[in-house]
Design a protein around this ligand. Structure first.
Ligand code: PMP
Length: 426
């Protein structure tokens, strides 16, 4: 179907006003004007099932979060240089959800800033520069962390201090993913040392979202973390994607691996759409940084953000969303595996909680990525009013990552429409 005039006009205005660096999803871009729970609505009132948005984790426009935001915004919104209870109440609430060794939290507005701050603290504490990240990692958009985000493509040139390691891919890689991943980290350490660079930190997204979603077996990260620590470096867990209950009641990706990171960065679902993010850390790491550097973030940790953050945790706990993420996520993967029994194109279904990666392949023996099919499925689902996207080096891994408010009935709708899109395109 041709794109309606109204949407064509929006595209023209975007190009004119926003310039060439923005990208839209889909051959037939989606125009949405309202969200509620796991549904998004276009101007005609058609409902689209959101199977992709990990930010609106407790559901789009959750009334309790919206109320908390409106209440605080109509009372006071200022910065962190006056005394205020809410930032402390929120800090206490969130720090209670991580291991006791992580004693401080600092607030930012975006995950990029959180990783940028973690990088500065790492450099100040270790006095070193060497950073290790995975081959297709995304950690953010500042100049410093875009060099740690190879998924941005060749345009960003990493500095001499950065090493990329193969992700812990249990589908295409070695059988012992933990040993293989650790071997990659050790080789990266040796390689930087050979060039006079000391390792400062291993920074990983603990669900390896942009690398292709790698969750199993739990604990596989331990050996690599031991390797970086042995070399005097830190382990930073980027929990922007897996954190806040997405992987289930363990709440964080690193918990599944039985690890206590030196620093943890958080964002996205923390504010359910309100821009808030942060870094939690072991207190000794930031002592010197705190003495020498002044930290001020105009919007980070303001009373509105912290009121929103508290409401998000209230809803998560009140509605048992981490438990639901595990239950509905497992249900969904079981349904997808069942479908794989009938469809050769599904090469692998993996994940944890409400984070699933599904590989579409040309051939199960060669595992050749079916990038063309994946694009057709993503667009085919869009026609069936299901929103989803793809990732991975072969652009063939569907990222199935709905709001945690997703229930079994929504999983059933998704499974039906996905089966239909496969039948029409595979
Ligand atoms: N880390 C990870 C793992 C992410 O997925 C993202 C965002 N996609 C970021 C950091 C950056 O967060 P933000 O877009 O809020 O700057």
């Amino acid at each position: 179907a041709a794109l309606p005039e109204a949407e064509k006009e929006l595209i023209r205005r975007r190009e004119k006003l926003l310039g060439p660096a923005y990208r839209l999803f889909y051959q037939q871009p989606v125009h949405i004007v309202r969200g509620e729970g796991v549904w998004l609505y276009d101007p005609q009132g058609n409902a689209y099932l959101d199977v992709y948005n990990n930010v609106a984790s407790v559901g789009h426009c959750h009334p309790k979060v919206v109320q908390a935001l409106a209440r605080q915004a109509s009372t006071l919104n200022t910065h962190t240089r006056y005394l205020h209870e809410t930032i402390l109440d929120y800090a206490e609430r969130l720090l209670a959800k991580v291991p006791a060794e992580l004693g401080h939290i600092m607030f930012t507005c975006t995950g990029s800033e959180a990783n940028d701050l973690a990088l500065r603290i790492t450099r100040a504490y270790t006095g070193r520069q060497g950073m290790i990240v995975t081959r297709l990692a995304y950690h953010g958009l500042t100049s410093a962390v875009s060099e740690l985000s190879p998924s941005l493509g060749d345009f960003v040139k990493p500095g001499p201090h950065v090493r990329f390691v193969a992700p812990p891919d249990g589908y295409r890689g070695e059988a012992d993913v933990g040993a293989a991943f650790a071997a990659g980290v050790r080789a990266a350490i040796d390689d930087m040392r050979a060039q006079g660079i000391e390792p400062a930190a291993l920074l990983v997204d603990t669900i390896f979202s942009s690398d292709g979603v790698f969750a199993d077996p739990p604990g596989f990260l331990k050996e690599a973390v031991a390797a970086i620590r042995e070399a005097g470096g830190l382990f930073i867990a980027d929990e922007v994607q897996p954190g806040f209950g997405r992987v289930g009641p363990q709440f964080w990706g690193f918990t599944r691996h039985g690890l206590v990171p030196d620093m943890v960065t958080v964002g996205k679902p923390m504010g359910n759409g309100h821009p808030m993010a942060g870094v939690m850390m072991k207190p000794h790491l930031v002592e010197e940084f705190g003495r020498k550097a002044r930290y001020f973030n105009t919007f980070g940790g303001n009373p509105v953000a912290c009121a929103v953050g508290l409401a998000v945790l209230d809803v998560m706990e009140g509605e048992g969303l981490p438990e639901r993420a595990r239950e509905v996520g497992d249900y969904m993967r079981a349904g997808l595996r069942d479908l794989a029994g009938r469809c050769e194109a599904i090469g692998d279904v993996r994940g944890a909680g409400q984070f699933t990666g599904l590989e579409l392949v040309e051939d199960r023996a060669t595992k050749a990525p079916a990038a063309g099919l994946t694009t057709r499925i993503v667009n085919g689902l869009r026609e069936r009013r299901v929103l989803i996207s793809a990732t991975g080096p072969g652009a063939n891994i569907l990222k199935i990552r709905p709001p945690l408010a997703f229930a079994r009935e929504h999983a059933d709708i998704f499974l039906d429409r996905f089966a239909d899109a496969l039948k029409a395109n595979a």
